[in-house]
Unconditional design. Structure first.
Lengths: 94, 481
């Protein structure tokens, strides 16, 4: 992994990095990836098939019994750094 | 009156409160006094609440009315990633420094109903990422047995609050050992329940398929008392399970003899401290002479646990932490555009370990690497789970040390994330398999003139916490015999 890879990854993560941080992260990532890469070598030791991941299904409730409209709005908006007229405020996107 | 908090347990305090020996207010005052005295050096609490005595008065009212239950008036400490409505919950992160919870976690609803007195919120590794509490944005928590050493983590503040008598019990969260390892390093009891047995609603998510909330206590019995209050089905957590419907039975004190499996290859592998191993062997001998049977078992894929865990967990964490973007919660640093706001806010708000895990998780989930890392890691996880299922075909419980090393020096592993990860070797397989496990104090090691506690981990099949409590009582020297 080179510094450019680290920068690209940081951009995907939405995290700004200084040059010093990028350098430290590059060496940390190298050593951690070196270790976890052993996963690629695993073959099943007890006859089970490797490649069979757990199957999880989404668990959904019925869309019923809604709460009273607006009853949580104030509490939730209070956590936002910026708000206006009952909305969370962000910079112009387009 | 003067209350001797050193020898106090939840069980004893409850009988004293109900018997009118002292009030919940007296008890709260005793713990507040101790917390005020010792917290400045230990750094177990990030905040000691200012309404503790009011909470105690409400508990006293319940006691007078005769509606007290096992936890009414009992002072507990809560990890800073568990929400209490109207109070700050920061996950020991700068990004949530001023975040006030807008609702109660399910476990908090249950504890409030029980009339618990919350003393404060406890220090932790930022977003529960770490094994030493050194990753807190607010400085490390110190081990009360030797203040130059770590408390363990990530729930280090909760463990120290109990170990140093700053609370009678505590809640933590455990994704890869974050309750059991600090319990071991601080000489107390910590339980990681079966995945799904305790609702995760209101705990800040790190690795959603691994996270569980659980209790700390000075004794196995105290830990069990808290567990019995916090467990239960929650329709608002889709992975929550009704333990009673699954046939969960309370532990009994009957003289049962168990078959205890020991994964020999795994336990005596590289990197385990000699004193930890000899204490582990002594504890097994003790169980053997009490009539339990010790049987070798095999967990052939356990050695791949760390590799699997350090792919699955950061993958889930990177996804969960995407919500901290400076728009909906907490810190906001303004940049030139919306995207720039995110990048600046996250750079300023997240500490180095959190960034590392977000980067690692994003990497293993990215196109071209997904199958080789995440796909393989989840497949290996299924093999590890099957190893446990196979082993539990012939034994009632499996034993390992909780941590391969006793409490290490503050700063010793701070610059080498991989060496910190490797210390999770015995706790991580449990979360991957979703089974319950407990860490129970099993003795001490002498290092540099200080007595450092050691812990013994017992692992049981899904929904068999009762086995952990019964066996744990046989190991725990703090237990009231």
């Amino acid at each position: 992994m080179n510094e450019e890879d680290v920068r690209k990854l940081a951009a995907l993560c939405r995290i700004d990095l200084t040059d010093e941080e990028a350098d430290k992260l590059r060496s940390d990532m190298e050593s951690i990836l070196g270790y976890i890469s052993e996963i690629k070598e695993v073959v099943a030791l007890n006859g089970s098939a490797v490649g069979q991941a757990d199957t999880h299904r989404n668990i959904l409730r019925e869309d019923e019994e809604p709460h009273v409209s607006g009853m949580y709005t104030e509490d939730i908006l209070a956590a936002a750094p910026d708000q206006e007229d009952g909305y969370v405020k962000v910079k112009a996107i387009l | 009156m003067k209350i001797d908090i050193r020898g106090l347990t939840i069980k004893k305090a409850h009988s004293d409160l109900v018997g009118g020996k002292y009030s919940a207010r007296d008890l709260a005052e005793a713990y507040l006094a101790e917390a005020e005295k010792r917290n400045p050096s230990l750094n177990a609490y990030l905040e000691i609440f200012d309404d503790v005595l009011l909470q105690a008065d409400a508990a006293d009212k319940k006691i007078k009315e005769g509606t007290a239950t096992a936890l009414t008036g009992i002072p507990l400490a809560i990890k800073d990633n568990i929400l209490i409505k109207g109070r700050v919950a920061s996950s020991a992160s700068r990004i949530l420094e001023n975040y006030t919870a807008s609702y109660d976690a399910h476990v908090i609803e249950k504890l409030k109903d029980a009339g618990v007195v919350f003393i404060g919120r406890t220090n932790m590794d930022e977003f529960a990422m770490g094994g030493s509490t050194e990753n807190s944005a607010y400085g490390p928590t110190k081990n009360p047995h030797d203040e130059s050493r770590v408390s363990g983590g990530s729930s280090g503040g909760s463990a120290v609050a109990v170990a140093a008598d700053l609370a009678l019990g505590a809640l933590g969260s455990d994704t890869g050992g974050s309750i059991r390892q600090p319990a071991s390093l601080c000489g107390i009891v910590g339980l990681k329940p079966t995945y799904g047995a305790v609702s995760r609603r209101g705990v800040m998510a790190m690795g959603s398929s691994l996270d569980q909330i659980g209790p700390f206590g000075k004794t196995v019995e105290d830990t069990e008392i808290i567990w019995n209050v916090i467990r239960g089905h929650d329709p608002k957590d889709s992975t929550s399970i009704d333990t009673d419907k699954r046939g969960y039975k309370n532990a009994d004190n009957a003289d049962r003899k168990f078959r205890i499996g020991v994964p020999e290859d795994f336990v005596s592998g590289e990197g385990i401290d000699a004193d930890v191993l000899s204490n582990f062997r002594e504890t097994l001998e003790k169980l053997k002479s009490a009539g339990h049977e010790i049987i070798p078992v095999s967990l052939p894929h356990a050695k791949y646990s760390l590799a699997s865990y350090y792919i699955v967990m950061p993958a889930e964490a990177s996804t969960n932490l995407a919500r901290f973007d400076g728009v909906r919660y907490g810190l906001h640093i303004s940049g030139e555009s919306g995207i720039d706001d995110y990048k600046k806010t996250r750079a300023a708000g997240f500490g180095p370990e959190v960034r590392r895990r977000i980067m690692l998780g994003t990497y293993v989930l990215s196109a071209g690497y997904y199958d080789a890392y995440y796909g393989k890691a989840t497949a290996v996880r299924a093999l590890i789970r099957k190893d446990f299922d196979d082993a539990f075909g012939s034994v009632d419980a499996i034993a390992t040390p909780t941590s391969p090393v006793p409490a290490f020096k503050i700063g010793e592993k701070a610059d080498d994330p991989l060496s910190m990860y490797l210390a999770d070797i015995f706790t991580v397989p449990v979360n991957l398999a979703g089974v319950p496990a407990i860490s129970v104090p099993s003795g001490f090691t002498q290092q540099e003139g200080k007595k450092l506690p050691l812990g013994f981990q017992i692992i049981a099949p899904h929904f068999r916490e009762d086995v952990l409590f019964t066996l744990g009582r046989a190991v725990d020297y703090n237990n009231e015999k």
